[in-house]
Design a protein around this ligand. Structure first.
Ligand code: ADP
Ligand code: MG
Length: 693
């Protein structure tokens, strides 16, 4: 096991700052360890010599006669460096600092945090926290509750890691309320040393952890996170959620934990790239985790429904279909088997309606049929408990089939929880996740399917094109030297040329006369555009004149713009007019440490309005570029829709991938917009582009 094994399996725990005050952390942690049935030894460090919860007090950790494997430090922040030093002298290798008043408060706190990290390094101590709750391990062999909260999980297969203790605890509570077991829990606050990444890596090798629930507020080391998350998610499901979606939320996050909270979208995209199943709702994530904890992962997207009542099956069907799952009809063989074994009035399609009067034999026949049916990957059951059948025997049959763990079974159990407690017990003890609403049940199954998709997807390859990186870099350097953050048209098109992104033939000129000769070289018809750092949306202000067919038209367009924009340094972009293409947008946005997010969508001047766009994290593989494209609602328009020829999809894909290479090679680029790229049946050309650094 890895470096942090002792964090979850300490044979002895000392609490530095053990207190007789019931309402203090120094008391609560000891009480939690005792109440949870901790299997190791507890040492109370209390310099006042007061006995704490029946434990003999030690004036200092150095006075403890036996080895200490884990120490909690719960004393005021300014004394913590000394306490860490004492731990080092005592030979303690694992320390949880619950105390607050560090990086999250800035100033002196930040200095203190540096000091404890230094001290810990000197002694080879691993630090968890500070400003954190701690950890829990519910394995009956240890029962370690090294945490100051109050919810005592029953042993299970879900492990929770949360940057925010508040959110982590709510998730833990909800599992407890639902009667779902939790394996391990960790909330590391400021994370000055042991990271969430390391915790997940540790759980990768913990066989009892079947699913990891992750709550993030920011990513401090995105590269390491991606490496670890990819590796872990390939082995077991990670269900993830990131808060701070809105700019306001992100601000709250950074003042809350002092972590680096970037825009949620970027983190969410990174999670997705790693194969993490992402959620935007804690309850939905918790409910899904319950299914992951007990059920095998479906091998595909095809759901079979069994129901003994109509309405909820319709609701579930809507959920599945909307989420992109399938509900294929059953094979002839399956149908004839069902015809033999069910009531004659039963419906033997998918959904299979066994009827309200169905008994255990009927249910068993239906589930067995779906288990054997090749074109079905998972089973969803609506089970209403009618008073006129033996519900417990039905539950027992379902549990029997569930034992095979062949395909996932999810149950929407519609019942009176008091009246049918026996039936509920049989199902839940038999490991069938039961839900109170068809939507909740269906979404949990959808999440499992999403994980299967992520796990089995072909990631493809990141193509590397032969480009002139040096030329692009020197253009950027020039712009930086002259202190401009928005590049001129000549610079932008120069960079695109260096990266082999096809652009409409162009020339930047300063006068009407030069514009005419440029137009003659390019060939009519042409477009003239105002080129100035101050003009962003050119067509909004009359800075774009299209379809200019002769010298007169070019001259009057230039004259008109010169009058309209009396700005210094106005030049003109003369460009080939390329009408009739489909307008798409290729964009990129830097998210600092997180790298560049790439965007592809239907473009032109309506892009903000229609928002038919898709985002991914650079660098993009060929498959990801394809996924981005196919995920657009209007993708059929590009492919060819209703007799229209469509565009050369490969050319657009190549532009996306070249753009990805461009921003990855040139991290100084803050934003890039190729809008529009005109796509035609025989190629694609950018006709407008912006780059800012
Ligand atoms: P801006 O986005 O700054 O308003 P654009 O250069 O994108 O200016 O021009 C606005 C619109 O004019 C484009 O979305 C496109 O429809 C059209 N357009 C611009 N340049 C060309 C061109 N070379 N060929 C055909 N249409 C063009
Ligand atoms: Mg534009």
């Amino acid at each position: 096991m890895g470096d942090i094994h002792q964090l979850f399996w300490p044979k002895s725990v000392a609490v530095i700052g053990a207190s007789t005050k019931e309402l203090s952390i120094g008391n609560r942690i000891i009480r939690n360890l005792q109440d949870f049935g901790y299997k190791g030894k507890i040492f109370a460090i209390n310099p006042k010599g007061e006995e704490v919860r029946g434990l003999k007090p030690y004036a200092s950790i150095l006075e403890v006669e036996e080895d200490v494997e884990l120490a909690h430090i719960v004393i005021p922040n300014k004394y913590t460096p000394m306490a860490v030093d004492d731990c080092g002298k005592k030979g303690v290798k694992m320390v949880i600092i619950n105390s607050a008043g560090f990086k999250e408060v800035g100033g002196d706190g930040e200095e203190l945090e540096k000091a404890i990290v230094e001290k810990a390094k000197e002694h080879g101590i691993r630090l968890f926290g500070p400003n954190c709750q701690g950890v829990i391990n519910s394995d009956p062999q240890i029962n370690a509750y090294c945490n100051f909260t109050f919810t005592k999980p029953t042993p299970g297969n879900i492990s929770i890691v949360a940057q925010s203790g508040g959110v982590g605890e709510v998730i833990n509570q909800r599992f407890s309320e639902l009667g779902i077991g939790v394996r391990m829990y960790a909330s590391n606050g400021n994370a000055c040393d042991i990271s969430i990444n390391e915790v997940m890596e540790y759980w990768r090798d913990d066989d009892q952890t079947k699913v990891i629930v992750l709550y993030l507020e920011g990513l401090s080391d995105p590269d390491d996170f991606m490496r670890v998350a990819r590796e872990v998610a390939a082995r077991k499901p990670i269900l993830g959620m990131k808060a701070g979606r809105t700019a306001e939320g992100a601000k709250a996050a950074s003042s809350h934990t002092g972590g680096l909270a970037k825009e949620e979208m970027a983190t969410e995209l990174i999670m997705e790239k790693c194969g993490i199943v992402t959620f935007r709702d804690e309850e939905e994530m918790v409910q899904a985790a319950a299914a992951f904890a007990t059920q095998p992962i479906p091998k595909g997207n095809r759901v079979g429904i069994i129901t003994n009542t109509g309405g909820p099956a319709i609701i579930a069907t809507d959920e599945f279909i909307e989420a992109g799952l399938e509900m294929p009809p059953l094979s002839d063989g399956a149908r004839s088997k069902l015809k033999e074994s069910l009531y004659s009035a039963a419906s033997i399609n998918n959904p299979i309606d066994v009827l309200a009067t169905a008994n255990a034999t009927h249910f068993r026949a239906a589930v067995d049929t779906l288990m054997d049916e090749d074109q079905i990957d998972s089973v969803y059951i609506n089970f209403v408990t009618p008073f006129f059948v033996d519900n417990e025997s039905i539950a027992r049959e379902l549990v029997e089939v569930n034992k095979q763990q062949k395909k996932p079974i999810i149950c929407n159990l519609m019942t009176d929880k008091k009246e049918w407690a026996g039936t509920i017990n049989i199902l839940t003890e038999g490991g069938i996740p039961c839900y109170s609403f068809p939507e909740t049940a269906a979404r949990s199954l959808v999440a499992m399917s999403r994980y299967n998709d992520l796990r089995s997807r072909d990631l493809g390859k990141v193509k590397t094109f032969d480009v002139d990186k040096a030329a692009a870099e020197s253009i950027l350097a020039q712009a930086r030297e002259s202190g401009r953050s928005n590049l001129s048209a000549a610079e932008v098109y120069g960079i695109l040329d260096a990266y082999g992104i096809p652009v409409a033939p162009w020339k930047v000129v300063g006068s009407a006369q030069d514009a005419v000769s440029a137009a003659e070289n390019i060939g009519y018809p042409v477009v003239v555009k105002a080129d100035s750092e101050k003009i962003v949306h050119k067509s909004d202000v009359g800075g774009v004149a299209v379809n200019l067919v002769d010298a007169d038209a070019v001259r009057s367009a230039v004259d008109g713009m010169q009058e309209r924009f009396e700005t210094d340094g106005l030049s003109f972009l003369v460009q080939k007019f390329m009408p009739g293409g489909k307008e798409v947008i290729v964009g990129a946005k830097s998210e600092g440490d997180l790298g560049h997010m790439l965007m592809f969508g239907m473009g032109g001047t309506l892009v903000e309005l229609i928002k038919d766009v898709s985002w991914k994290v650079a660098p993009l593989s060929d498959h990801e570029a394809g996924e981005m494209m196919r995920s657009l609602k209007q993708y059929p328009v590009l492919e060819g829709y209703r007799g229209d020829e469509g565009v050369k999809v490969d050319a657009v894909l190549e532009t996306i991938q070249r753009a990805s290479q461009l921003v990855t090679d040139l991290p100084a680029i803050a934003e890039m917009d190729l809008n529009p790229v005109m796509a035609f049946p025989d190629g694609a050309h950018a006709v407008d582009a912006r780059i800012s650094i």
